[in-house]
Design a protein. Structure first.
Length: 138
């Protein structure tokens, strides 16, 4: 089983379709997780990012919480922010001009050895030379 650090942007695409090709690529990732081919590890902030976007983008009372519930049932490995991960994230944020959020994902990729799968081209481009991220494209 392949282990990946999953960005919230990929999970958002499962519930909020945008570009048809990107939506299809994200759906393939979800299928691979459900089939047990991929194992997702996420920083705890993943859930807060996901909920923040879904509350704004999904219509209907309870739809965002239901989406989060569906994903928690998939058993993603959750990683809390500890001092070591925070130090690594701070270094990456400062050196690579990443947001604090993106730096946490990148630091998690470095510490776990699992690639960070994201739809965020800008963040990916800032760390591409480290070979720790994969830009999900059509």
């Amino acid at each position: 089983m392949t282990r990946v650090v999953l960005d919230a942007s990929v999970a958002v695409a499962w519930f909020v379709p945008e570009d048809e090709d990107v939506t299809r690529a994200a759906a393939e990732i979800l299928d691979r997780i459900v089939d047990g081919e991929l194992s997702a590890v996420v920083p705890e902030l993943f859930w807060f990012e996901l909920l923040a976007v879904l509350v704004r983008r999904l219509p209907g009372e309870g739809s965002s919480a239901n989406a989060v519930r569906q994903l928690t049932d998939l058993g993603f490995e959750r990683v809390a922010l500890d001092p070591e991960l925070a130090e690594q994230a701070e270094r990456l944020a400062r050196e690579r001009r990443l947001t604090g959020y993106d730096a946490v994902y990148a630091a998690l990729a470095l510490t776990t050895g699992a690639p960070w799968w994201t739809l965020d081209r800008s963040a990916h481009d800032r760390i591409a030379d480290l070979s720790i991220s994969r830009l999900i494209t059509a």
